[in-house]
Design a protein around this ligand. Sequence first.
Ligand code: NI
Ligand code: MN
Length: 229
Amino acid sequence: MAKLTFHGHSCFLLETDDGTRILFDPWLDENPVADVKADDVGAVDFILVSHGHSDHFADCVKVAKRTGATVVSTYELVSFTQEQGVEKGHGMNIGGAFAFPFGKVKLTPALHTGSIAGDKDGTHTTDCAGFLLTLNGGTRLYHAGDTALIMDMQLLAGQVDVALLPIGDNFTMGPEDAVRAVGFIQPKVVVPMHYDTFDLIKQDPEAFRASVGGQAKVEIMKPGQTLTV
Ligand code: NI
Ligand code: MN
């Protein structure tokens, strides 16, 4: 079984059966709810970045340089990290999948605006993505990134065991649309994310759980908490 640890907002660390450590959307040092700083997150083998907004990308370059991790994201964002001195990157694009040593990663559509924090010329402006992972151990995990509710989520039906979905509203889909997303995706487990980090995205995760009802098990994770998936 893989271990999924929440570090606040949209940042998760996934440790696979074979010990591969995968960090999603690293925003730690300035993240008001993070339980660790970027320097304390330990060894990281891969960093998966959904898009370049600072609340998903801020500590990517720092962690990649410290750990030697491979950055996996859209081609443009990976190119930007390499200009910043990151050695290992794997650029992809939406709809494409690649078999990494720990399992398969597919970039999924996310409907959201795109820019890269720190890209002063805007030459790397990029679209946003989510990730569908099929781990060698069998677990299928979907990190939606920042997104609106989109019909494309229907294509994920039957392909996801654990779905990490934003519920914060304002910048992403809110709880009502996230409940509809659960209906589209039909995962076994849902973990709400991208809420309660700051006032603008305050939500009641218990109310979300009640609205999901019997469609899926809702795991409400506190920063620092680990879930076996
Ligand atoms: Ni964003
Ligand atoms: Mn965001």
